[in-house]
Design a binder for this molecule. Sequence first.
Ligand code: NFS
Length: 678
Amino acid sequence: MAIVSKVKDKAEEKAAKVADPVAASMDVATQQMIARAQELGIDTVFDRAVQMKPCNIGTQGICCKNCSMGPCRLPLPKGGIEGEDTRKGLCGATANTIAARNFIRMIAGGASAHSDHGRSVAEVFMSAARKETDAYKIKDTTKLVAVAKELGVSTTVEVDGETRDRDLDEVALEVAKIAMNEWGKPEGELLYLKRAPQPLYEKWSKTGVKPRNIDREIVEIMHRTHMGVDQDYKNLIKQGTRAALADGWGGSMLATDLQDILFGTPYPLQSEANLGVMKEDHVNIVIHGHEPVLSEIIVAVSQRKDILEYAKSKGAKGIQLSGICCTANEILQRHGVPPAGTFLQQELAIITGACDAMVVDIQCIFQNLANVAKCFHTKLITTHPIAKMEQDNVLHIEFDEHHALEDAERIVKLAIDNFQNRGQEVMIPRQKATQIAGFGVESIQYHLGGTFRGTYYTLNDNIINGRIRGIAGVVGCNNARTRHNEAHIQVVKELIKNDVIVLTTGCNGIACAMEGLLTPESAMVYCGPGLREVCETVGIPPVLHLGSCVDNSRILLAATEVVKAGGLGKDICDLPAAGSAPEWMSEKAISIGHYFVASGVYTVFGVTLPTSGAPVFHNYLANELEKLYGGKWDLETDPIKHAQLMIAHIDKKRKELGIDKARDRVLMDMADRQKLEA
Ligand code: NFS
């Protein structure tokens, strides 16, 4: 009995431990809301991270649970491995095999998430092309024509010996069919691979990693990692590469393209970010998840006059939409709907007490939202057939493109009706920041292209002359194991301070927005002299927000445009460029990281990598892959060192290109100028 009560005491003691708000996040609004939750006795992810430590063996990637003889755990011996690594599981699987299997299963998880999202969009696109739905129409016909060409769909037709433009509905239908086919075609290879620079495409051909279709590569990972199949870490990661490429140059890229055609290609616009965008006197609807197919319609419905009148009739001044995670980024990019926060702030949006409805679709959604919603009047609504919650306070309104308008209306009206049910406990933090978002391959071309040449001429020119030292893609999640947003912000600030222009997506984009880094004015405060000059001249922020995580495909294409514009080598790996995910947590991030590496990008992750328990496999990722694709993995938890590693790589590439001297001149120019001023 005594033991039992002791255990109970311990459990209680553990449960009582809560997060220190300031240690948990660098963002003041977040700190306030963590404290607020604790005051109300509601636990958040920040508290749970204090209460539960991660498994040390799992973190290192060396726990195998692929059969029921295990889980087999292969911890590194204290003091490291001297001589032969004799660790093995019951079947004999080595640490390398186990870590590689786990790693590529993460790729499979991530690639499937992005690609299944893409498939859903393709299905809606198909319905729109077939005119089966009133809710969706082709919005961006210019992009339709551009994508048609990439997919080999003819946009002209011969009539009586004359070349005419083909009917766009016909083009859309054929695009839809060919796009859908990319998920499961029986032979050939993904069509978009040819969009990559020729040398990269050839590397993929030579190493045999060109994806055949999207689904197959993911299925093959599940097969190869089943007990007793592939037992060679190099061969395992080769399949990981194939699936990751099927994500970046396949599922994600198709998602982005088809979303642009359906909902419009983003162009720069102004918005705001952080919990302070929620309004006490408005109906607050927070949209969270990743697929913008339903949220697009919710945006449209909540702007309708009759709906606004209805909201007013219930005592609200209007409807304030806001977002969390990548659905937020999607509706931000296209409509300027402000994000209420990053991944780690999802519970906090409800804890404001002012969230009348939270609408979730897929991915990055905490199951604990349901428990938090129970403490408030908030209606938590799941909308996707593949993503439900077990708690009984969750409403499921299943989205279907054929009745999307009705679904959206029902959701918005539910939120409006719920406005009157708010309790006394409303507390919305005041913090919010202005941001300019909505960049993309097309708008970068507009801002940083040449006057006479429609390419990335100005960008390249400024890289060659050294004003811009290089390009960084900084992306990815938050992770409750590190201080919220701190690494994101420090890495980005260190990069722009050193004249590296940053392309951002995902939760990094939201974090940067919250910190005010997505404004042209921030260039004056945070940038080195060269990048500042470019930002001032062109009127752009030093950090360009390219959208959600599937929009990392935009970074691949932007890099390809830079290669095409000339003067900076022949392949993505020649560019003075690097990638980073300072606070990653999801399997999607591993897939993204790996397709960046396999596309020639030096990619640094923060937090941890699930490879540290298998040094040989880790070394393969960190050093050997570079020989195949020009890109490689790295891990650095210190944000400043992390950024410095990227800068060192950028400088190495500048030297290889013979443009390192140009930067010395630029710096001398500045000194000279300062001397003159003095
Ligand atoms: Ni990307 Fe987007 Fe955020 Fe990470 Fe989740 S929202 S798809 S996975 S947490 S960046």
